[in-house]
Design a protein around this ligand. Structure first.
Ligand code: NAD
Length: 540
């Protein structure tokens, strides 16, 4: 064999998009000169899945499993995705939340091979050049983070790359986006996490975070370069810290196909689950009274989408807002509070609205006082405050409502506002409960963004949408709210996520067309057509 043929054989095995490991057939081994580089046995995708599953099962903890799966993804993408799809309920928590949290914290420890692109601030003049790589010609979805607010774990700097990698694995697993069509991006603008910066193993740029005008200019350079290199690409923002999350969404949502999953995806997931829950209660949405604990990215996003949902069912904006009460770290959000974050301003109540409330001597209007006076039918937690839904508050709520709907959405388990089993016990089994983290309590639904974002992305791409509109998230929420059918849970099981993504995509694409932002012919986004474009792992 010539040296070039030897090199080509090795390159074939080294590229995770072409490597098949032991599944290369005899003919392929002849054709590509692979004999000797592989053991003689010719395997199948099924036998490879079995081997890897056995290895996973023999490992001592989930972080080892996460690390093993990352390496597999970097060596053979078909096998990685076939393994993930062979058992979604078992593999999803290993590829994504909750294990990905530790994956980000210990990212530098397990870094082996390049995946996606790190755009670091010192390389800002090279961004267009880096993106020019022909390997990115097929990219349709970019997920980007700057690593500043990774789940509930704060600033992880370059380790935040674990999030775009994980989310894009779910895009492939659930929405069938081909692995060559996804690109994880980490904008490395430094980190204010000193432990990371001072760790000799840290793989990121060792500098305090770049902020202000320099940060904005850097992000602008990135967005412009992506837009020019990959017109029509879907750009998803992940785990940016509060103000940046809002600013970037506001700046770019009307310039390209772009959304923020923490704000918009969470909102659609929570509202969709809520619609499923209130269908069980028989009380229409416009008669619900909703108390939200935590009005940050998730909480305020949920509130705004709820307002739109109520308006679509006949209320005017003031009437819809009058049914939602937001409680944040200083208590009920009131319009005379100083320095309210911008997203809380439209949620704030005037002080005269609570003039008739019964309050304790201190005058503090906390969650308990709000629940006692509002008598909510729905209580949603997005505060990251462990056990914030206490027994007295829940018993008070349950005393006035036949089927209280309670969603402690905060992740991970150590941040959840309540244990679902307690919520059921304190409400004599009457509560309808959805939790952010999996607790394994029967009848409790896990409320996770994975029910929405893959379908939103798929529907946007299939319809050739030029923008991701709020209406498309509303359409996703509404469709999601119908998918459990007559099942006991509020949402379909994790096994059904591909079907969920398909259904959400069909609704999102139809909405894109209705709003005039779809550019593809309608024949390309029928249910059949969208189903046909969903890639399934197989060897060509
Ligand atoms: P965030 O930091 O933007 O918002 C948190 C909000 O809680 C802030 O406004 C903060 O002031 C408020 N808060 C803090 N202490 C409080 C207290 N004692 N009482 C009331 N409010 C308090 O974060 P986020 O992105 O909105 O996420 C919030 C939580 O929701 C996280 O735990 C996250 O994991 C979870 N979340 C879950 C899902 C899901 O799908 N289940 C999706 C997104 C976020």
């Amino acid at each position: 064999m010539s040296p070039a043929r030897h090199a080509a054989a090795r390159a074939l095995l080294a590229d995770p998009l072409t490597n098949k490991g032991t599944a290369f057939t005899e003919d392929e081994r002849d054709l590509f000169g692979l004999h000797g580089l592989l053991p003689p046995h010719v395997g199948t995708l099924d036998s490879q899945i079995e081997r890897r599953m056995r290895a996973l099962d023999s490992m001592g903890n989930d972080f080892q499993r996460y690390s093993f799966l990352r390496e597999l993804q970097d060596s053979n993408e078909v096998l990685f995705h076939a393994l993930v799809q062979s058992d979604l309920p078992k593999l999803l928590p290993l590829v994504y939340t909750p294990t990905v949290g530790e994956g980000c914290e210990r990212f530098s420890e397990i870094w082996r091979r390049p995946r996606g692109v790190f755009l670091s601030y010192p390389n800002r003049h090279r961004i267009a050049d880096i993106l020019a790589d022909p390997a990115f010609d097929r990219v349709k979805v970019v997920v980007v983070s700057d690593g500043e607010r990774i789940l509930g774990l704060g600033d992880q700097g370059a380790g935040g790359m674990g999030i775009p990698i994980g989310k894009l694995a779910l895009y492939t697993a659930c929405a069938g986006i081909h692995p060559a069509e996804v690109l994880p991006v980490l904008l490395d603008v430094g980190t204010d996490n000193r432990a990371r910066r001072e760790d000799p193993l840290y793989v990121g740029w060792r500098a305090p975070r770049v902020r202000g005008a320099e940060y904005d200019a850097f992000v602008e350079t990135f967005v412009s370069a992506v837009h020019e290199r990959l017109p029509g690409v879907l750009l998803q923002w992940e785990d940016f810290a509060g103000k940046n999350a809002y600013d970037l969404l506001g700046r770019y949502r009307d310039r390209l196909l772009s959304f923020n999953d923490d704000i918009q995806g969470t909102a659609a997931t929570a509202v969709g689950t809520l619609l499923a829950a209130i269908r069980k209660t028989g009380v229409p949405l416009v008669e619900q009274r909703v108390v939200l604990l935590g009005a940050g990215a998730a909480g305020s996003g949920i509130a705004e989408l709820l307002v739109k949902a109520m308006m679509a069912e006949g209320l005017d904006e003031a009437g819809a807002r009058a049914r939602i009460w937001a409680v944040d770290r200083d208590g009920l959000v009131l319009s005379d509070m100083v320095a309210l974050p911008p997203q809380q301003v439209p949620l704030a109540r005037r002080r005269d609205e609570i003039a008739g409330w019964t309050l304790p001597g201190s005058g503090v209007v906390g969650l308990r006082e709000t629940v006692a006076n509002v008598r909510p039918t729905v209580l949603i937690g997005a505060s990251g405050q462990h056990r914030a839904f206490d027994e007295r508050t829940i018993r008070e709520m349950a005393a006035h409502v036949e089927r209280p709907v309670i969603f402690p959405l905060s992740n991970p388990v150590s941040r959840a506002e309540a244990h679902p089993a307690d919520l059921l016990a304190w409400s004599d089994g009457r509560a309808i409960v959805g939790s952010g983290s999996p607790f394994g309590v029967e009848g409790v639904t896990q409320v996770n963004n994975v029910y929405v974002f893959p379908g939103v992305g798929l529907g946007a791409l299939a319809s050739g949408a030029t923008r991701v509109t709020e209406g498309m998230f509303m359409a996703a929420a509404r469709r999601l709210g119908t998918l459990a059918g007559n099942r006991a849970g509020l949402l379909p099981p994790i096994d059904d996520l591909r079907q969920v993504a398909l259904q959400v995509a069909v609704a999102v694409a139809a909405q894109a067309q209705e709003e005039g932002v779809a550019s593809a012919p309608p024949a390309e986004f029928t249910e059949e057509a969208i189903h046909a474009r969903m890639w399934k792992p197989h060897y060509d």
